[in-house]
Design a binder for this molecule. Structure first.
Ligand code: GDP
Length: 519
């Protein structure tokens, strides 16, 4: 959605899902990627030559139609979170690989947290089912503890047993991906200039800067003028994942692009412009703002205006990552957090785990704009630096009460401040002097004080006869800034002159007050 403008809405067409494979090390992510690619791509192609460009697509026959699935082939979730940290979401569906002989491991849990934080649907591939000692049902059991319940167990998560190495059941996995994709609104407008994200980029000795661009909206064409990050260029040639030169790339497809003048960074956004002048202005602007934002906030780039707008009116959320010394502390803290009032601001716990605060936690926090809470734990080497660079708020506590107090404060900080009336003083009208067309009230300040330009409410008996601003305040015929209790003063209002003896003037001002959470 982030890549779409309001003007695209009329021209939307379905696009293939973009899939990332995640999971614990050695559970078979690379093998699965290779295996899918080999069985689905190479067999049909002349010579079966494929090119590594950071993403590839396969054709799958689904419901009688040939459809495509695009895989980002950067194993692990580093790329995934690094990109999200910059505010772009490139993945539509995450495949979580869990080895059937090893079960749920730390990086499995991390991957689940990351996908959940990004609100990316998960399809589980239970891998290595060919192995002796494989226990796919046990994997399902373990995953329920992390909120993933298999559909054959009454849940809503598709789990497919596969053998990546033997290429078994991969067709089912692909079919399932398409089934999940159908439930997502995967649309884009191919009839507009392209925009998307840089997946990979490097400097090639012979070809110059080379960048793989994932088109997320519009169509990218040879000859287009592109700004990727702050790198400007004209697309000289495009090569797809099958090593073929292509003239255009439509939404969800990735192509290697030649012709940029500099090497952009993975995760950078790219856009196509109508002419070079406009593009150059944008590129320069981005170079400056990238530098500034890196200086000011450690490289965190805010979401586009569109997505911010879309978010308005939605309940506010405070994302948290909780690390503590022991499981017992975690339980106590989570228990206490759930007691906090969450009517206006909702707490989202992206991850709670025992152990020190790691760089991966920082990545997740940066990607999901979360605050990291450490309880009786420490920051891993490098994590502090990473946090500073990414502008991630890491708070450490050793007393639960302080932790809760701070979180409540942070939640209240998300509420819009409230404008409230602060009473200044009570003034009584004792005499009325007509002056020209207006009138001056001769008054006595009974309590508090009255200040020029403060707000006033004139009461007569039980009625309010006027509300407005105090325009003129005099003491002994001289203009006065304020007059305190026990002193006389002259008051006149530009909008009101119908004074009567005995009128009471309430003086007050409006102040902003931090709101508190309602219970
Ligand atoms: P990654 O670290 O998640 O990318 O894991 P790899 O793809 O490198 O696989 C780790 C090891 O598991 C390798 O030795 C693979 O050959 C092996 N492996 C991967 N998939 C399977 C499988 O389906 N069955 C068996 N028996 N071994 C597998």
């Amino acid at each position: 959605i982030e890549m779409l403008d309001a003007a695209d809405l009329e021209y939307l067409e379905r696009r293939p899902p973009v899939v990332t494979i995640m999971g614990h090390v050695d559970h078979g992510k690379t093998t699965l990627l290779d295996s899918i690619r080999k069985t689905k791509v190479a067999q049909g192609e002349a010579g079966g030559i494929t090119q590594h460009i950071g993403a590839y697509h396969v054709d799958v026959v689904h419901e009688g139609k040939s459809q495509q699935v695009v895989f980002l082939d950067t194993p692990g979730h580093e790329a995934f979170t690094a990109m999200r940290a910059r505010g772009t979401r490139v993945t539509d569906i995450a495949i979580l690989v869990v080895a059937a002989d090893d079960g749920v491991r730390p990086q499995t849990i991390e991957a689940i947290s990351h996908a959940k934080a990004a609100k990316v649907p998960i399809v589980v591939a239970i891998n290595k089912v060919d192995k002796e000692g494989a226990q796919p049902e046990r994997v399902k059991q373990e995953l329920t503890e992390y909120g993933l319940v298999a559909d054959d167990w009454g849940g809503d998560i598709t789990m497919v047993p596969v053998s990546a190495i033997r290429g078994e059941n991969l067709d089912t996995l692909l079919e399932m991906i398409l089934t999940v994709a159908e439930m997502e609104d995967l649309n884009a407008n191919p009839h507009r200039p392209a925009k998307g994200t840089v997946i990979e980029a490097h400097l090639d000795k012979a070809r110059g800067p080379v960048a793989t661009l994932l088109v997320q909206n519009g169509t990218l064409r040879v000859g287009d003028i592109v700004v990727a990050g702050s790198a400007l260029g004209k697309v000289r040639a495009m090569i797809d994942d099958r090593g073929e030169r292509v003239e255009q790339a439509t939404p969800s497809f990735a192509v290697e692009v030649l012709g940029l003048r500099e090497v952009p960074r993975a995760g950078d956004e790219f856009d196509v412009f109508a002419n070079e002048k406009e593009a150059a202005a944008i590129a320069t602007g981005r170079a400056t703002s990238q530098r500034d934002s890196r200086l000011l906030q450690g490289g965190r780039i805010s979401l586009s205006g569109f997505s911010q707008q879309a978010k308005e009116g939605v309940l506010k959320e405070l994302n948290l990552i909780l690390k503590a010394d022991v499981q017992g502390s975690l339980e106590a803290i989570v228990g206490a957090l759930t007691q906090l009032p969450q009517k206006e601001v909702q707490l989202r716990l992206l991850l709670s785990a025992p152990g020190e605060i790691t760089e991966t936690d920082i990545d997740l926090a940066a990607a999901s704009n979360a605050v990291i809470i450490g309880f009786n734990t420490t920051l891993a080497t490098d994590a502090r630096l990473a946090a500073d660079q990414a502008g991630v708020d890491v708070r450490e506590y050793s007393i639960i009460y302080n932790l809760l107090d701070d979180i409540q404060g942070a939640m209240e900080g998300l509420l819009e401040p409230e404008l409230v009336e602060e009473p200044l003083g009570q003034v009584e009208v004792r005499a009325v002097f007509a002056i020209g067309r207006g009138a001056v009230a001769g008054c006595m300040v009974l309590s508090g004080k009255v200040i020029r330009n403060c707000k006033v409410r004139v009461r007569r008996g039980n009625n309010v006869v006027y509300e407005g601003v105090l325009d003129s305040l005099k003491r002994m015929k001289e203009d006065a800034k304020e007059v305190n209790a026990g002193f006389e003063c002259g008051i006149s209002l530009s909008g009101f002159s119908d004074w009567a003896d005995g009128d009471m003037i309430e003086a007050y001002r409006m102040v902003t007050k931090r709101r508190t959470l309602s219970q």
